[in-house]
Design a protein around this ligand. Structure first.
Ligand SMILES: *Cc1c(COP(=O)(O)O)cnc(C)c1O
Length: 393
């Protein structure tokens, strides 16, 4: 089975580049150049150097002993929360800023939900001395205020998206509009494995360092490269894709992707895309998305801004359809409880996004010899207000 993208930009039935004609030159430039650029030795050297010295990679693979005792398996945390800026998003931002430089771009735009991608993008723009504009839903700006301040301190302009639910989907629409208006000098750094081809493949490649490192680290910890389970939360799906990437062909490894059920999959306030969605086109690619009978995008809901997205990347849609990965969901309440448990059992306050992946451990049955890797996609500093309000400290 081929799990990767084909030359037309598709994963089975999903992917492609469904874009307005005015975006065609931008996307076509990327499509024709991206593999040449990122496979170039000079690019690889600069990318790997920055991942090491600036991001702080390799991120540790931590054997979580108290979690292992509790759940009756060997549980490992892949610590993307320890990266500079606090999540996996920086891996992709570093890759794309190096690509933008080689394409001669002078201005960067981005969309952001939780603000982690905006912070990562503002960070690499400061690093390279490039102008940065970040679109963010007005609701997200309120619930992720510390990240807005961080972006501003880093020199970025944060523009509120005021349409629709004023969250990630709306910010993405605004960023696309900007790109259409500024086709020549601007590169759009998309923050997940979504958007028109080649973005889903490009972002997955930049994030694949997560599973590349994990294989080596597992070998050191357990004497085996392959675990029984690999788990991650899914918003658009970039930390999950990075975590799955080098295990896709290893069919013995079970891949578990955890979506946000919000207040419950049938509550009308949910972001459980595979459960609620159907095939259609969202933000430039054919994928699975939450939509009404007549194809209007349904407003998603999750307490976690990073998972509050009505679609998933096209590669995930394919992995779901052919059942290579299992897609499940976790409610707000379950996630917040898991965030508290992780804090108190392991001394690690996870992002609420990450807490969704951790919460699913409660619903699994393990053999004592199972090795389980969970992607700790980010740290919970940005979510402290939400945690505190919920637990009423
Ligand atoms: C953005 C974010 C996510 C969700 O995005 P993916 O592209 O699905 O990885 C998950 N965890 C954290 C910490 C994030 O910042």
């Amino acid at each position: 089975m081929n799990y990767g993208v084909n030359e037309q930009g598709y994963y089975g039935d999903f992917g492609g580049a469904y874009i307005p004609e005015m975006l065609y030159p931008n996307v076509e430039e990327l499509r024709s150049e991206y593999l040449k650029i990122i496979n170039d030795d000079d690019f690889k050297e600069e990318f790997n150097q920055l991942l090491k010295d600036y991001v702080g990679r390799p991120s540790p693979l931590y054997h979580a002993k108290r979690y292992s005792e509790k759940y009756g398996a060997n549980i490992f945390f892949k610590r993307e929360d320890l990266n500079h800026t606090g999540s996996h998003k920086i891996n992709n931002a570093v890759g794309q800023i190096l690509l933008a430089k080689r394409l001669g771009k002078k201005r960067i735009i981005a969309e952001t939900g939780a603000g982690q991608h905006g912070v990562a993008t503002a960070t690499v723009c400061a690093l390279m001395g490039i102008e940065c504009v970040v679109y963010m839903g007005e609701v997200d700006m309120a619930r992720q205020a510390p990240n807005v301040s961080r972006m501003q301190m880093l020199g970025a302009t944060v523009v509120p998206a005021k349409s629709g639910s004023k969250t990630l989907k709306d910010a993405t629409n605004e960023a696309l509009r900007d790109w259409i208006a500024n086709p020549v000098d601007t590169h759009y750094i998309i923050g997940s494995v979504v958007g028109p081809y080649p973005y889903p493949d490009m972002v997955a490649r930049f994030q694949s360092v997560i599973s590349l490192e994990t294989k080596k680290q597992l070998l050191e910890h357990t004497g085996k490269e392959l675990p029984e389970y690999v788990m991650a939360c899914v918003g658009g799906g970039s930390n999950a894709m990075g975590m799955f990437y080098h295990f896709l062909e290893d069919e013995s490894v079970k891949l578990v992707a955890v979506e946000a059920a919000g207040k419950g999959v049938n509550s009308g306030h949910s972001a459980a895309t595979t459960f609620l969605g159907r095939e259609g086109v969202l933000h430039g690619s054919r994928t699975i998305l939450m939509q009404t009978e007549d194809g209007q995008v349904v407003e998603p809901y999750s307490i976690s801004a990073g998972l509050d997205y009505p679609g998933i990347g096209p590669q995930h849609a394919w992995l779901y359809k052919i059942r290579r990965a299992e897609y499940v969901s976790i409610t707000d309440n379950e996630a917040l409880q898991a965030g508290l448990l992780c804090s108190q059992l392991e001394g690690i306050i996870p992002a609420i996004e990450t807490a969704h992946a951790l919460a699913y451990l409660e619903k699994m049955k393990f053999n004592p010899t199972d090795n389980v890797v969970i992607c700790i996609s980010g740290r919970g500093d940005k979510d402290l207000d939400t945690y505190i309000k919920y637990f009423e400290y």
